[in-house]
Design a protein around this ligand. Structure first.
Ligand code: KIV
Length: 277
């Protein structure tokens, strides 16, 4: 009897092997219907803790809980069959110790079936990344602008402009790669630094506000669809303007309800058919 695990999904090993090849396509997904629409188009679906801001209206990602990540991770797994699904570990669920990180990462993986977790941090998280990677938890690291450290970093601002900052990002990148991360997200980092990191590392880099030379790119789906209006970072390219369509649909529905044009006979059960005039 074969004990091979059969899966149609792209694995973290496949992602790792895409280093230097065709760019890796990543989008965020938080719900089943959106995962269904994105799944055939992307290599990886990231259930990012950005969901706190995008779906729940929070000002930062700091209030996102492990339970929220697990619930949305399950929803995305239900809506996808091909993409490699990675789930963010939220603030406070992994920074305390490698043991705490393992406990929570194991819950995320066991309760969702996702392929791995993402955590923010560079050299300071290397011990944790190694601990997880050695125990069967694939880790996508996240360096440069780290939204969970927004207060410590003095706001959402591009990283790596100063020489000391650039040196920290480069040594963070080396540290997470040596610790066993299968890939690394580089966020909000000046282009030359992101490019240099991508050339130096043996693992794939996934850029967001970073460089076209990264091995892959990730964006927040609601940003590219024009659905998240509160704040659009300059690195976002809009591929649709759905907010306007949603407003127009809601306006048309409201008008129909108010003048009793909806529901019509075809939307009702057993309603008398209108006679032909
Ligand atoms: O939380 C998130 O969605 C992210 C990506 C934008 C990289 O971390």
């Amino acid at each position: 009897m074969s004990t091979e695990v059969k899966s149609k999904r792209i694995t973290v090993r496949d992602i790792r092997q895409m280093k230097g090849g065709q760019p890796i396509v990543v989008l965020t997904a938080y719900t089943t219907p959106i995962a269904r629409l994105l799944d055939p188009q992307v290599d990886m679906l990231l259930v990012g803790d950005s969901l706190g801001m995008v779906l729940y209206g929070m000002d930062t990602t700091l209030g996102v809980s492990l339970e929220m990540m697990i619930a949305h991770g399950q929803a995305v797994m239900r809506g996808s069959e091909r993409a490699c699904v990675i789930i963010d570990l939220p603030f406070g669920s992994y920074q305390e110790s490698p043991q705490q990180a393992f406990r929570n990462a194991a819950r995320v993986m066991a309760e969702t079936g996702a392929a791995g977790v993402k955590l923010e941090g560079g050299a300071e998280m290397a011990e944790t990344i190694e601990f997880l990677a050695n125990r069967g938890v694939p880790v996508l690291a996240h360096i440069g602008l780290k939204p969970q450290a927004v207060h410590a970093m003095g706001g959402f601002r591009a990283q790596g402009r100063l020489e000391e900052e650039a040196a920290v990002i480069r040594s963070d990148a080396r540290a997470v790669a040596e610790a066993g991360a299968f890939a690394v997200v580089i966020e909000g980092t000046v282009e030359p630094v992101a490019r240099a990191v991508s050339q130096e590392l043996a693992i794939p880099t996934i850029g967001i506000g970073a460089s076209p030379q990264c091995d892959g790119q990730v964006l927040v789906t609601e940003d590219i669809l024009g659905l998240f209006g509160s704040f659009t970072p300059r690195f976002v390219k809009r591929y649709a303007e759905l907010a306007g369509q949603v407003e127009a649909a809601a306006q048309a529905y409201a008008a129909d309800v108010r003048c009793r044009a909806f529901p019509a006979a075809e939307h009702c059960f057993g309603a008398p058919k209108r006679s032909a005039e």
